[in-house]
Design a binder for this molecule. Sequence first.
Ligand SMILES: Cc1cc2nc3c(=O)[nH]c(=O)nc-3n(C[C@H](O)[C@H](O)[C@H](O)COP(=O)(O)O)c2cc1C
Length: 383
Amino acid sequence: MLPLSFKPARLPAGSQEGVLITTEHKGFVGVRLTADVRGDENDPAVLLLPDAGEGQAGWQKVAEALVLSGRRVISLDLRGSAADWSSADRAAHVEDLRAVLAQLGSRPVVVAARRGGWIALNALVTDGAFLAAGLVLVDMPVDQASTETAARLALPTLVIRGGFSPSECTPAGDAFNAALPIGESVDIEDADMALAADRTEALLGQLLDFIERRQPREAVEFRAGSDPRTLRDAMGCFATGITIVTALDGNGMPAGLTANSFTSVSLDPPLLLVCVANTSGTAPVLRDASHFGVNVLQIGQQPASNRFATKGEDRFANLPWAPGETGVPLLGGSLVSFECQRESLHEAGDHFILIGRVVRAQFEPHRDPLLYFRGKYRRLHFA
Ligand SMILES: Cc1cc2nc3c(=O)[nH]c(=O)nc-3n(C[C@H](O)[C@H](O)[C@H](O)COP(=O)(O)O)c2cc1C
């Protein structure tokens, strides 16, 4: 059965988390449950389950990051309050989750927090592989009964300890992990805390690693003559940073465009290149300019990346920029800004390759890069 109804987006247009819709699902005995859904409907799904009686606030940051990493995220609200944890309530939660999973068009990876983990474990212990592609239990409290249930779970499962707060290794936890037939476990403290900026980031890194392994996308093929979109998708498998390439036009006005086709070419002499589409409005300026700038963007400059990739925007308005020593526009706050003298220009299909000799580079060692992968913005998950 499909979700019963859709309500309009509640996030502002252009929100980085993607469009948020609220869907309603039939739970056990027809109870109506709501779920917030973000991300592209063609992306593999992840279902986030909160602790019993908790809303989705604890999952908010994780949900947004998963969408940016190319996942469709379904944040399901459970019925009842935190106090509703009688055996009848628990059984209803379990049946609710099974009913919702059966209504989804594809099998998600289920990621559940604390007592939500108990619900997910019990919902998936029977026919789990038909309902979900994998299970992640974050800080789930364990006891003898749940360990016995875990032993019957025929689904790839990742147990994460310390996902929300510091964990304690207990014999019960070890027995639970050992009981899982297709299980793996990680303690955030041991694994990632030294590398990640915070606990949520460390948790996210573990989630993404598991999800990528347990819910791989289908392989797609490009052959000469296939549509350019497939080639673009193939090229998009190469993760890059993002730059804004700038120059002054004949009237001394700044011009620029977003480009990820940037590559370092040579150290001696110091050369770099960028590929520019012949159809781009900035192409004539870059063809004529004796100098150009390449501004490598940091994570906070995503709005600038959007702006310099969108037609009809006044790209430099309200943006901190200043002319460099050679006059080229340099964007304040960039990770690194290169000022280049035009070395050569090579025609290459529907693009031209612009090679520049670096005359000056200013860089900021402390910021994180803005990344681009498979058509979406990304950020580093580890330092
Ligand atoms: C992440 C990203 C990377 C891009 N990389 C390039 C590139 O390397 N070369 C290019 O010509 N256009 C690239 N584009 C597209 C241009 O930024 C976009 O077409 C822009 O509107 C061109 O502006 P213009 O026509 O005013 O020059 C990229 C866009 C994005 C979002």
